[in-house]
Design a protein around this ligand. Sequence first.
Ligand code: ACO
Length: 325
Amino acid sequence: RYNAAITALGGYLPDTVLTNKALEEMVDTNSEWIVSRTGIKERRIVNDDNFATSDLVTMAVKNLLENAQMDPLEVECIIVATATPDYIMVSTASVVCEKAGLTNAWGVDSNAACSGFLYALTLGSSLVESGRYKNVIVVGADKNSSIVNYTDRNTCILFGDGAGAVLLEQTTEDVGIIDNVFRTDGTGREHLIVLAGGSQTPSSIDTVNNKLNYISQNGRVVFKAAVEGMSDTCAEIFKRNDLKAADINALVPHQANLRIINAVGDKLGLTMDQVKINIDRYGNTTAATIPLCLWDYKDDFKAGDNMILTAFGAGFSWGATYLKW
Ligand code: ACO
């Protein structure tokens, strides 16, 4: 029997820093409000119309391959989790296979917004556990600046751009992805959505004029559902795997709001040194938050560590994954 272990990490963040001060010039907000309500001090954004999500992914994949000392021709499969694909038709993974030189790999996208990376990690690990694939790269990436309305203070303060990647490889050791608890509930979709640009409401002059191609959300509803969803699924993982708070070396949560993260940590009885946080520097990078957090904190993790990854996002979609490092 094979397990799927994370054997290398990669990441990429654009150079341009969008500070809270800069947002004060764009909308009616202030840095103190943003920091106290979200924990975000700054975020990175792509400052080049020609640099797409596939470019974020390609940079993260190249960084991963360098860290793994792996030839791109050895990669067998890549799954790209993103809510901001380059195109409606042609997967971002296809573009990445070309740009990153993964000419022996097949690639596919998976979209579950902020939960996208966790869902894709399960798809990728299942391919490896089946014995059919020796390796799969799983990437979470979003160019949120392409769907954020920078005149809407409810949303523009939250999001940033970035990409994080993990390499999954076969192992017979007792490490890797162990368990998942995932949920999807379409009744929540109205609360966090990009209304236009898909087959339900194709883009038109009207959708553009009415700003329907941007993210809209009901922040309070999302906040409450995120705290409940992440803490409930983590608690189920604890129960199913006979884990107690003290057994957990790291909780790596989706980075949407520091108050959401703190509330989940409290509900699980974790201390803040068990909870990994980088939202202050990057904001919410949607599918990229969890792999970027793993990448940021990789030097803290030791072989055999018990880690819980948890996410909540549009759909609604949410869940938790238990892995041994
Ligand atoms: N600057 C200053 N004031 C603001 C801003 C802003 N950017 N945004 C809202 N306000 C005001 C409101 O108008 C309101 O004023 P009022 O009391 O006079 O009416 C007041 O601040 C409080 O507004 P709330 O919406 O209640 O503020 P809340 O504490 O809920 O924070 C926030 C809003 C940050 C959006 C929060 O609800 C949140 O983070 N929700 C989760 C949303 C999220 O994370 N979405 C991302 C994708 S999903 C995910 O990743 C989980």
